[in-house]
Design a protein around this ligand. Structure first.
Ligand code: SF4
Length: 234
């Protein structure tokens, strides 16, 4: 996609929402890391419901270890994969206490060694807490980026690399939040709300749909197919 179109897309996102933020609620960086781990394959709304009571009493890795795996499961059993996630949160809390003095490390290299923390989780945390211009590719970012035509990719890693290269530096800090929120509320997986989309004029998906529609309508002067001609003669 031409750089000017990409700039127009992100200018429109920035105009509509100048300061996009994660919808996960957390009182501090440690709790945000826990919330992001819990949010894998779950909605932010479901995580916020479960963590409201959890974070009211547990805000440090030490307190999480005191609560224990069984206690944590009782808080998060409404979230998908809660057994595995509880194990990971307890294990990562133990690592933070043992190796980092109870604080969350601030590099991607260190973050991704923590149980339950992959590249996407690390990127979300680095972006939200430290303001780094990381691109966390989830299902929404992957879908929206490919529909818009910002990239043509098959994996999250390739999408992250392509977006980092294509998006102008001034938009990178907020780019993944704009794409996530756009995918969550407008460019939905099954039925994108194109009629409400602020970047529809630049969208490759819409452009290709228009071409298909035009091709389907037989223009004047085009001969009908041979099967139609046979039916007409019969
Ligand atoms: S025009 Fe439609 S498909 Fe394209 S980004 Fe907007 S909502 Fe998604």
């Amino acid at each position: 996609m031409e750089p000017a179109r990409i700039a127009r897309i992100f200018s429109a996102f920035a105009k509509a929402n100048p300061h996009p933020e994660t919808e996960l609620l957390a009182p501090n960086p440690y709790c945000l890391l826990v919330a992001v781990v819990l949010s894998a394959q779950a909605t932010d709304v479901s995580v916020n419901k479960a963590t409201a009571a959890l974070f009211a009493s547990v805000q440090t890795p030490e307190a999480m270890l005191k609560l224990g795996e069984v206690g944590l499961k009782n808080h998060i059993r409404t979230i998908g994969l809660f057994n595995t996630k509880a194990k990971n949160v307890i294990a990562l809390s133990a690592r933070l206490v043992e190796e980092y003095g109870g604080r969350v490390p601030t590099t991607r290299e260190a973050l991704i060694t923590l149980p339950g923390v992959g590249r996407k989780t690390a990127n979300v945390w680095l972006n939200c807490v430290l303001g780094e211009a990381t691109i966390a590719v989830d299902t929404h970012v992957f879908r929206v980026a490919n529909r818009l035509g910002l990239c043509r990719t098959r994996t999250p890693e390739a999408t992250e690399a392509a977006l980092e290269k294509a998006i102008p530096a001034r938009f990178l800090r907020h780019a993944h939040h704009w794409l996530i929120l756009h995918g969550r509320y407008i460019c939905k997986a099954r039925k994108p709300l194109c009629e409400r989309c602020p970047v529809a004029a630049e969208c490759a998906y819409v452009a290709s749909a228009k071409i298909k529609t035009k091709t389907k309508a037989a223009p004047a002067g085009v001969r009908p197919s041979s099967s139609i001609r046979r039916k007409r003669r019969a």
